[in-house]
Design a protein around this ligand. Structure first.
Ligand SMILES: [Zn+2]
Ligand SMILES: [Zn+2]
Length: 236
């Protein structure tokens, strides 16, 4: 995955950006290793039942929270701000909007390039979860497990999104999609229909049908989306 070809046209992947992105991953994995070592010790003090039940309980909750966060970030990036908005414009607005014009472009991105934005977003929350440790109380271990799984699934959100754009995903990925544990093509394709005004959640897509029915994360029209739609009509 990491050695796929990238072009400068795909999101302006300059050397400076590559250094920042790679650095973010190094810091993320160092912090994650510290946190996992801490949790490993904390679980040694827990009962056998807690060791099994808590991660099993925390994982679906974490996937649900990540799905919600992905929907909020994606909704904001598609509808508000411009490509020139300070910091978030180039990092978030532009890639999400370009993605409507070239949906399969994401499948040509390597792991670091595709996931750097969520990695950068996760760094401060991850540092906080590490800083709050060591986790000694029963409740503390559960919340730390949930926090860790949220951070990992947030980090992997665009990877799940990328896989939803593959026509023939590798077998283990296809199995995760079939079991409904990660975003499926059928679910995500509903976002890629102009005017791109629904199905914003891209971790598992679990919340999309509910939000669509309830009108959550909906805005009738936005200048940003109208611009993307006009661009997509021109490029047809
Ligand atoms: Zn979108
Ligand atoms: Zn997409």
């Amino acid at each position: 995955m990491g050695n796929m070809p990238n072009t400068a046209a795909e999101g302006g992947n300059t050397l400076g950006r590559k250094i920042v992105d790679t650095g973010a991953f190094v810091v993320f994995f160092v912090l994650l290793a510290i946190l996992l070592a801490d949790l490993f010790e904390a679980y040694a003090e827990r009962t056998p039942a807690q060791r099994i039940v808590w991660p099993l309980l925390a994982l679906p909750l974490a996937l649900l929270i990540s799905d919600l966060l992905s929907g909020i970030v994606h909704f904001l990036a598609d509808n508000y701000g411009t490509e020139d908005t300070l910091f978030v414009g180039k990092r978030f607005c532009k890639p999400f909007r370009d993605h409507h014009l070239d949906p399969t472009g994401i499948t040509r991105r390597g792991f670091i390039e595709a996931n750097a934005n969520t990695c950068i977003l996760s760094l401060i929350p991850l540092a906080v979860v590490v800083w709050l440790g060591p986790y000694e109380t029963a409740a503390g271990v559960f919340w730390a497990t949930l926090g860790t799984l949220v951070l990992i699934t947030v980090l992997l959100t665009n990877q799940f999104h990328k896989w939803a754009h593959l026509d023939n995903p590798p077998r283990p990925i296809a199995a995760l999609q079939r079991w409904g544990l990660i975003l499926t093509k059928e679910n995500h394709d509903l976002h890629h229909i102009a005017p791109y005004d629904t199905y914003y959640c891209i971790t598992t897509g679990w919340l999309n049908p509910l939000f669509d029915r309830l009108g959550v994360l909906k805005v009738e029209a936005s200048a940003a989306r109208e611009k993307t739609e006009a661009q997509s009509r021109r490029s047809e």
